[in-house]
Design a protein around this ligand. Sequence first.
Ligand code: CTP
Ligand code: MG
Length: 221
Amino acid sequence: MNAAAILLAAGGGERLASGVPKGFVELDGRPLIVRSIDAARECLAIKVVLVMVPDGWESRASELIDDGVEVVTGGETRQRSVARALDVLEGRAGRVFEAVVCHDVARPRASSALFDGVLAALERADGAIPAVPVSDTLKRVEDDHVSETIPRDGLVAVQTPQAFRAAALRAAHASGDDATDDAALVEQAGGKVVVVQGDPSNLKVTTVADLALAERLLDTR
Ligand code: CTP
Ligand code: MG
């Protein structure tokens, strides 16, 4: 299945507060956008890579990456950034992609094997997402008191990259609903989304502490 990769780097990185958008922050000398591009390009099924960056950061991004990767201005929200990427892919004459993989550059440790894994699982579904078991006990809290302990059975924590049949993702985005990830939109539209084994070390960098942890994980690899 021919695939396009949408690498999401258009967030501001407010919580990391490093002075540049998160995608431009370096982890062991390589910016997060470059790490995600390298993982995506190692995956043979991926024929096109789009990187969504904040307005005003396009030329800086182009300096960091080589030809063959397209830099596109993202939207106000993550969902808008994905929608813009889908518009760019749609507007392209002559090239049809059966699959689209969406990945947050905020997860710089995603391996090309994980990209391959979610794409392979599309044989039996409209969407495929990596997930890991939840090991903490989960509680719902109102103000400062616990209102409920949530049974952990069957609960998983979901990561990116997430792969979709292109038609299913496009239809789901056209619905215009809000969702926290792309899979939720496809689920809401009635699509079948399957789970593949995620990687516990594929952490999401949100804060400085996460970045430090990602760096330590590199040391121990
Ligand atoms: N993202 C995006 N377009 C947006 C907002 C977010 O492409 N308008 C991307 C981010 O670049 C990131 C991913 O979506 O790779 C997940 O978002 P998050 O971790 O929240 O990153 P930021 O929005 O950059 O961080 P913050 O919320 O702290 O500003
Ligand atoms: Mg954000």
